[in-house]
Design a protein around this ligand. Structure first.
Ligand code: BG6
Length: 480
């Protein structure tokens, strides 16, 4: 098996891909006969590249993971080739490694603007076989039409089952656990609809800023960087109908139906449905943070959003009348990804009106720690009187599973190696998500929604609180 990493000196290869391959190698999941060929434009040879990889591994792996002798063996699998993506001739250098009969995996860890030329040149040099796979990263395109162009370029040379479109959130253990929770338990599924649910919140908040990705991010923004892919994928898993089986096509079919049921925003009501924000300076854990517009690579007059919150409706029987509130942002108060399912009130309250009756809430925390919490009402023990109290049924996964989870990229790379497509996005899903996002962006521009500033270290603009307050609800910011 040969793994070709285009963009071998880039951030993704150094931070995620090579550490993930190292861990697989250390755990004997990656064959000692595999070849890893990194490709880039730098004028360095394989030995010089191996020195860089070694430094990177030492930096990105924790002490217990890094092992000197394993690392030396791992480096023997790795070589480096300088290739100019625009020059078909230079792709001939790959021919010695990319032989027919062995599995060739082409990982495009480069900007999407290079996808077409790379696959065209691989094809020109006859380096694509029926056993080859191509891996591309989100965001696939900048909008619907560019995603169609990219998908079309890939489809010229690869069949759909050879194309792995990565959304690393789908590789997270906790995200997959949503399937187990929803479809492995009868108790949730029966109430998982407008019959019992008042609204659902999905939050993916980050404390991180731009991490040397200023120019990419300033062109992209939170809507395309996070909402178009990670949040919509989580939404699909939360809202989809039960698939007929666990195979990739059944799940993707159901996710696609959700994307097709998203209600386009309504003309002049947009300002009550979407909030976009950008962080000002502030502090996180008492560390001062500068404003977005002062970050390296960002235009000082930038109007790019680093936060988005929206109220979204899914037009189908199950979800009719149930709003979904989604939000994501950088430099927020806390790093967390969570889904909050807010249930409706009991239909008839039998208790004294002075007794606080709270509505049930299911909180599924995906990261940093993985947990499921169901808030229920119980009777507080007392000598006299009848008092209710809300308490959680609390399942913290680390209490049961001591061993570390595979990191999302480790899992996805393993699935690519084993040719399992379930955790990757199908062409129609990606394009359908863009249809919604294009329409969202157009309506934001046409209704002059202003970008609201928020302090770094806060929970985003106050207008995002008003957005959900309109439904007589509030974001689950701090645990009460
Ligand atoms: C990436 C985005 O897809 O996801 C980044 O491009 C973001 O901007 C990252 O920081 C968040 O991923 P995670 O796994 O840290 O939640």
């Amino acid at each position: 098996m040969n793994i070709f990493i285009f963009g071998g000196t880039g951030d993704l290869a150094s931070r995620k891909l090579l550490p993930a391959l190292y861990r697989h190698f250390k755990a004997h999941r990656l064959s000692a006969h595999a070849k890893i060929v990194s490709i880039g434009s730098r004028a360095i040879n394989s030995s010089e590249y191996q020195i860089l990889v070694r430094e990177n591994l030492e930096h990105h792996l924790n002490e217990s993971e890094f092992d000197e002798s394993v690392c030396s063996e791992f480096l023997k699998l790795i070589s480096f080739l300088k290739i100019d993506f625009n020059k078909a001739d230079t792709f001939k250098l790959l021919a010695d490694n990319a032989l027919d009969g062995s599995r060739n995996i082409y990982y495009l860890a480069v900007s999407p603007i290079f996808y077409k030329i790379i696959v065209d040149n691989l094809n020109l040099q006859k380096l694509i076989f029926s056993s080859s796979s191509i891996i591309v990263e989100k965001p696939i395109g900048r909008d619907h039409s560019s995603s169609v162009e990219i998908n079309h370029a890939l489809a010229q040379h690869f069949n759909e089952h050879q194309i792995f479109r990565i959304d690393h959130y789908l590789g997270k253990e906790a995200v997959q656990n949503l399937l187990a929770l929803r479809f492995g338990n009868i108790i949730f599924e029966k109430i998982w609809s407008n019959i019992a649910i008042d609204h659902i919140q999905i939050t993916v908040s980050e404390t991180l800023g731009l991490e040397n990705r200023g120019s990419y991010y300033d062109e992209t923004g939170a809507i395309k960087d996070m909402l178009q892919n990670h949040l919509l994928q989580i939404l699909c898993l939360v809202a989809m109908e039960p698939p007929t089986n666990i195979n990739s096509e059944s799940i993707r079919d159901e996710k696609l139906k959700v994307l097709r049921s998203l209600r386009p925003l309504e003309g002049n009501k947009n300002d009550q449905q979407v909030v976009v924000g950008q962080y000002k300076d502030g502090a996180i854990n008492a560390q001062p943070k500068k404003a977005y517009v002062e970050e390296d690579g960002v235009n000082p007059n930038s109007m790019t959003e680093t936060f988005v919150a929206l109220k979204l409706w899914i037009d189908n029987w199950r979800w009719s009348g149930v709003p979904f509130f989604l939000r994501t942002g950088k430099r927020m108060s806390e790093k967390k990804s969570e889904i909050v399912v807010q249930f409706k009130s009991v239909p008839h309250n039998i208790f004294d009106s002075k007794i606080m009756q709270k509505d049930n809430q299911l909180i599924i925390r995906l990261q940093p720690e993985e947990s499921i919490k169901l808030k229920i009402m119980i009777k507080k023990p007392s000598a006299s009187g009848f008092y209710l109290q809300e308490l959680p049924l609390d399942l913290l996964f680390e209490d049961y599973y001591k061993e570390d989870h595979l990191d999302a990229y480790e899992r996805l790379l393993m699935d690519i190696i084993e040719n399992k497509p379930s955790l990757f996005m199908r062409r129609d899903e990606v394009e359908e998500a863009w249809v919604y996002i294009d329409q969202l962006i157009t309506s934001i521009h046409s209704s002059d929604i202003n970008i609201s500033k928020y302090n770094a270290g806060s929970w985003g603009p106050s207008s995002a609180d008003l957005l959900i307050a309109g439904h007589e609800a509030k974001w689950n910011n701090e645990e009460d």
